[in-house]
Design a protein around this ligand. Structure first.
Ligand SMILES: Nc1ncnc2c1ncn2[C@@H]1O[C@H](COP(=O)(O)OP(=O)(O)OP(=O)(O)O)[C@@H](O)[C@H]1O
Length: 335
């Protein structure tokens, strides 16, 4: 392990005292500087545990967590837990809800230079577009606004790393887009390395430069969103990131595919719907309106597939839908 790497986890394991299974197990991965990294995985896969190990809120039972080549001190070795060059925004935001926005943000800086304190507080509030709320009490803000105040408090001291646990949990869909853009600006404009945990992998796909996939406390793979979406090495990743159709080899063969491995994954957008006759017709079981498209549930030989259809209401329930299948992923694992 070289000294010029940024954050490195090497064979890190952590089992909680009351548990028999490890929260994380033999995790080895590295986090590059200045990037947005999303840790994704099913509930209980160890995402929050990994975040706490990086921040120093937990000590590993085995292995090492290094920040710029130095071991991160755990709670037993540090009076105030948490690494000095990092800040963590938790789901509860830890704000003083009775105080105003400006006070919440400015109180993170010492009173040694009042001019700097005031200028910096305004700059950070402007960066996160909460300057117009400066005089409002935090208790009167929406969840999305409180989230931005929590981020402002975290970045005002210019940390090198910002850790975010489920940053989108209290934000509705339109605000998510703004918050994603804000998080990207933290890394791209300010150079902060952002490590976030999300139970919704779509957040990771649309925002992160790199994704780390956890399953049962272990890193199953990591890479860019495009790489993991288009060429996942595990059926777990394909299911997690794409909500894809999973077929056994025999089922895929019945549908005319020629897989070599045990499990086949077909993304709904790869189920090609044709307007004219094809040798493969499916029966439309149901359709689900999704706004600018509908999701079709199709069946043939007792095998069901979900497909995406942009010509809403073109197919009626019970009708034959001509389909072409020529793109699929295949895996040796069955789950
Ligand atoms: N304080 C704790 N004490 C005992 N077990 C814990 C504790 N925190 C987490 N665990 C266990 O460790 C495992 C990993 O939990 P963790 O919270 O890291 O997962 P997660 O992927 O963040 O889950 P979620 O998405 O549900 O928040 C789980 O089995 C969980 O029950």
């Amino acid at each position: 392990m070289s000294n010029d790497t940024f954050i490195e986890l090497s064979e890190v394991s952590k089992t909680y005292p009351t548990e028999t299974f490890a929260g994380v197990k033999a995790v080895t991965t590295s986090i590059p500087k200045g990037k947005v990294v999303a840790i994704v995985g099913e509930s209980g896969s160890g995402k929050s545990t990994m975040l706490k190990l990086i921040y120093g809120l937990l000590s590993p039972d085995e292995g090492m967590v290094l920040f710029k080549g130095e071991a991160i001190l755990g709670p037993a070795e540090k009076l105030i837990p948490g690494h000095d060059s990092m800040k963590m925004v938790t789901q509860d935001f830890s704000l003083n809800t009775y105080a105003k926005v400006y006070e919440n943000v400015a109180s993170m800086l010492p009173n040694t230079d009042l001019k700097y304190k005031e200028e910096k507080s305004w700059a950070v509030m402007r960066f996160l577009r909460i300057d117009h709320l400066h005089n409002k009490r935090v208790s009167d803000l929406s969840g999305g606004e409180q989230q931005r105040v929590a981020i402002a408090r975290a970045i005002i001291t210019e940390p090198e790393v910002l850790l975010m646990d489920e940053p989108f949990s209290q934000v509705d869909t339109p605000l998510k887009t703004h918050l994603r853009a804000d998080i990207r600006r933290l890394s791209h404009d300010l150079g902060i390395t952002v490590i976030l945990v999300s139970h919704d992998p779509v957040d990771g796909l649309s925002l992160a430069d790199e994704i780390v996939v956890l399953n049962k406390g272990q890193v199953v793979e990591s890479g860019s969103p495009e790489q993991l979406y288009n060429q996942p090495q595990n059926v777990y990743t394909a299911k997690l990131l794409a909500d894809c159709n999973i077929l056994k080899k025999e089922e895929a063969v019945k549908l005319g595919l020629r897989p070599l491995k045990d499990t086949v994954a077909i993304y709904p957008e790869w189920v090609e719907l044709k307007r004219s006759w094809t040798s493969k017709s499916f029966i439309l079981i149901d359709s689900f309106f999704k706004g600018n498209y509908e999701e079709l549930l199709l069946e043939r030989d007792h095998i069901r597939l979900r497909a995406i259809n942009f010509h809403i209401n073109h197919y009626k329930k019970g009708a034959a839908v001509p389909v072409v299948l020529d793109r699929f992923l295949e895996f040796y694992q069955t789950t």
